[in-house]
Design a protein around this ligand. Sequence first.
Ligand code: MTE
Ligand code: MO
Length: 378
Amino acid sequence: MRSRFLPPVFNGRLHDARTATSIGRWLGLAFAVCFVTGLISHLLQHPPVWAAGGLPSRPVWGYRLTQGLHVASGVAAVPLLLAKLWTVYPRLFSWPPVRSVRHALERSTVAVLVAGAVFEVATGLLNTAQWYPWPFSFTAVHYAVAWLVAGSLVLHVAVKAPQIAAHWRRRSPGTLALPEEDGPDRRSLLAGVVAAAGAVTVTTVGQSFTPLKDFVLLAPRHPDHGPNGLPVNRTAAAAGVGPIAVGRYRLTVAGPRSYELTLDELRGLPQYEAELPIACVEGWSKSAHWTGVRVMDLLDLAGALPHARVRAVSLQTRGGYRVSEMGYAYARDPLTLLALRLNGEELTPDHGFPVRLIAPNRPGVLQTKWVGRLEVLS
Ligand SMILES: Nc1nc2c(c(=O)[nH]1)N[C@H]1C(S)=C(S)[C@@H](COP(=O)(O)O)O[C@H]1N2
Ligand SMILES: [Mo]
């Protein structure tokens, strides 16, 4: 039966189990960091009802750190995943394609793992470029497939445990050449892969890790580019928010004792300052200096109960990020502001003039701009 189809023969070191394991552990580490930080991001953005109230508002830089790690590990996974796939692709041609039920199950797990991993890395990367060339909801699908990848990765590691264990004992089973030591070719490949992962990380991580901002050659954003010295994620024009007439602006606080404030009245309330980052889920973050009114003071004026949840509603009339909710830990944090000023100047329209929410340890998508209404819930 093999006369018509002769599968290619690969017996070099670079395609053996040892190389696959060497690259695999770095890839596994990147995926583990990506998965855990992704879960944190999902929890903070879409908390289950029972957790929503008490989500921690500290440390103030928490979300900035975890989301920065999420994007950095995802970016580093690109060259690692490509190298890993190149190392193992000869197995696509292994003959016969299925040897047993167990083998069939193992291969289908790997198929799910490869498809899921490529999907996660590719959609995540496009997300950092704010490009969504697909019809489904990015967050929901990226999150669901992450579980698929995590599950098939655990199975894959379990199935490959003997090879992995042998790797740590510095033997290489299942190869024709049985190399006892690493040859120069394998060392070069590993060095090249690690260098590529390092290079893509260093040239992108500056969009979140400001000390490396001068190296952000491959990142979609530079932390210094934007009005008020802060990048803009969605401009007022893109959000469909026209010029806001100061004389007509009112902040409505709806609660047990509802009231309205003009912009001048807001400016007349005690002003507080906070140094807080915007940490965008699309992969950039930057700290900024905010001045404004404390949300807790506005809630006290409205007679809100201490554990009340709060909803901030934007003057923006359409779009997914016009509304955000916060539990009491955020609402009562003295650093949670309705900001009027940013880095010593009045907010620019693109940063949410006249008033925007800024709270510690929170995804950027929830830092609602152009706030017109605060609602005390339950
Ligand atoms: N009303 C409204 N608020 C919004 C958004 C939006 O589209 N509409 N975008 C959010 C996102 S995704 C981020 S990262 C931050 C960015 O704030 P900045 O543009 O002032 O940097 O604003 C958030 N607030
Ligand atoms: Mo964002």
